[in-house]
Design a protein around this ligand. Structure first.
Ligand code: NAG
Ligand code: NAG
Ligand code: NAG
Length: 539
């Protein structure tokens, strides 16, 4: 029997399976999320996690590839601007910020016109940037009034978050995750006057209501929720009638700069404990072996889901369905891990990239960033434990550097999902790039330094000045390469202070009276522990 089975297997190996597979589509093996893709797209995954739920990063990385389940906390407030004074009967737009909703108080929509048998006008919070919607908003009617609705989540709400600038009704790729994945490319190539938003909302609501979701979360100039059924999960707290606006222009009604200021408060996150993103349930196009190139050769920097095949996009959707219909995980807060990494290295790499930073300061930045992972060789007289003299201290330090910010996550490794494993692989790949480059720079600088022993605990600041400057220049080129690979959006945010200054106030034991009464930018050369005049009378 065993022999027969072996023989059969051997024959199969030679002649192929003894039956023919069904033809065409049915024979296709669905694509699966895999480690190689997560590693190939490591930086994109890292940045998607960093930008999730944040207006700044999501604006710059505006083509979203990822889906996250989000729990909106019970008690959170959401706003809706509309010409109607009662809750909408179907899916509608809710804003996270008052200013965002207020802009739509006087908007009318085609659905409103279609349903004109109803006495009240239909809801208004509708897509931006389209001429017919602008016309609709003009307050022609004499007593044209609008209402600002405030809703409160009466329980935790389950939302599907499509990342990037996913409420931007553009052809740049911002809608790919909705129109190509969730809607399987059934979007009409010609948009209706409301940019297909009504069918988009109802298609996606139909889909996710079956999965147990209350709505989906997106971002434009502000975050929003398309809420699917107002009879469950939210309470209308107030519907305030606005004062009539007979003679104001649309621009004044919409208050664009106040709206921008309100949403700019969310550059670094939505705040107010309003949403919790389940990073362990992230499903991303970046996890799959698909072509992510732009179909538009003018913008090779933008990724598109449009270059993938529809079958592959359907495979991604079925993974989304699978993960999103399981219980919420919240195993690891991967954004917290990514934040610790970005805050450790972003300012440092910004400074190191600048030619305004002197060689000695460059070396000192590098030393602080790398030496905490380095176990210096023992010297006679040290209290040392057993030491392997031949161990490669650099390799060990690189490894410690890669693992450092991942250490908290290993406590729960036994309960990691496939997605946790893929995200871990991506972060590990990003850290490996950072750490190998830090230690490559270190060895370039050690080569020209006169210090002994060569692998000592400090990167020396002496040595031939000209040679040292050259080594720093070579290292700075490595910093530039690293920054291009990492592509962190933090580097595109203008800074309060110039590169050689820091924002300072008193922080005991440091600080001058001026730092208390007029906190501001101070040259890094003036930041030292002799700066303590504010506290001095008391010590
Ligand atoms: C990926 O997609 C781009 C854009 O559609 C296309 O030009 C390119 O040939 C594709 N690459 C592969 C390997 O299929
Ligand atoms: C989506 O449909 C359009 C035609 O409406 C087609 O040109 C395009 O290639 C399709 N995209 C995908 C990813 O199948
Ligand atoms: C030690 O490890 C580093 C980093 O992996 C490597 O570049 C170096 O060649 C190794 N040194 C020795 C002596 O093996």
């Amino acid at each position: 029997m065993a022999l027969f089975a072996k023989l059969a297997l051997a024959l199969c190996a030679i002649f192929g399976p003894p039956f023919s597979l069904p033809l065409a589509d049915a024979s296709r093996t669905p694509i699966q999320p895999d480690r190689e893709s997560a590693q190939a797209n490591a930086h994109h995954i890292f940045n998607a996690i960093h930008s999730a739920g944040r207006q700044w990063g999501s604006s710059l990385k505006h083509n979203g590839f990822s889906f996250f389940p989000v729990v909106m906390s019970k008690g959170s407030l959401l706003y809706h601007g509309t010409p109607s004074n009662s809750p909408p009967p179907g899916p509608e737009w809710l804003a996270f910020e008052v200013e965002h909703a207020e802009a739509f108080v006087l908007f009318k929509t085609p659905r409103g016109n279609q349903q004109s048998q109803e006495p009240r006008m239909r809801p208004g919070q509708k897509p931006l940037g389209h001429s017919s919607s602008r016309e609709a908003s003009k307050p022609h009617d004499k007593n044209m009034r609008g209402y600002l609705h405030t809703y409160r989540a009466e329980r935790d709400l389950n939302l599907l978050y499509v990342d990037g600038m996913s409420a931007a009704k553009t052809h740049k790729g911002t809608l790919d995750s909705q129109d190509l994945v969730l809607r399987e490319n059934n979007t009409s190539p010609v948009w209706d006057p409301f940019m297909d938003e009504l069918t988009r909302a109802s298609d996606i609501c139909d889909l996710i209501k079956e999965w147990g979701y209350d709505g989906f979360m997106r971002m434009e100039i502000g975050f929003e929720v398309i809420y699917c059924d107002f009879s469950v999960g939210v309470d209308l707290m107030t519907a305030k009638r606005t004062v009539p606006h007979h003679d104001q222009r649309e621009d004044e009604l919409m208050n664009p700069y106040q709206w921008v200021r309100a949403v700019a408060e969310r550059y670094d996150g939505l705040g107010g404990d309003r949403v919790r993103i389940d990073f362990s349930s992230m499903v991303s196009g970046y996890f799959f072996p698909i072509n992510i190139s732009n179909t538009d050769p003018e913008r090779p920097d933008l990724h598109r889901l449009a270059a993938a095949g529809l079958d592959e996009l359907k495979d991604i959707k079925s993974r989304v369905r699978g993960v999103f219909t399981e219980p919420r995980r919240f195993t690891v807060n991967w954004q917290a891990v990514v934040d610790m990494i970005v805050t450790r290295f972003s300012g440092r790499l910004r400074a190191m990239a600048s030619s305004k930073l002197s060689s000695s300061k460059f070396i000192s930045e590098l030393a602080v960033a790398s030496l905490s992972y380095f176990d210096a060789p023992p010297l006679p007289g040290d209290i040392t434990m057993m030491e392997d003299k031949d161990k490669n201290r650099t390799a060990e330090a690189v490894d410690a550097c890669i693992k450092h910010y991942l250490l908290p996550t290993y406590l729960d490794q036994d309960s990691w999902s496939l997605e946790d494993g893929l995200i871990h692989a991506a972060i590990e790949t990003v850290m490996s790039g950072i750490c190998t480059k830090l230690f490559a720079m270190r060895s370039i600088i050690l080569e020209v330094s006169s210090a002994t022993p060569p692998f000592g605990p400090h990167i020396p600041r002496d040595g031939d000045k000209e040679q040292l400057d050259k080594a720093v220049e070579a290292s700075r080129r490595i910093v530039h390469t690293l920054r291009e690979e990492l592509a962190w959006t933090t580097w595109r945010m203008p800074q309060v202070c110039p590169i050689d200054e820091l924002l300072l106030t008193v922080m005991w034991p440091m600080g001058d009276p001026e730092d208390y009464w007029n906190p501001g930018c101070r040259p890094i050369d003036e930041i030292s522990f002799s700066r303590r005049g504010y506290w001095r009378p008391d010590i």
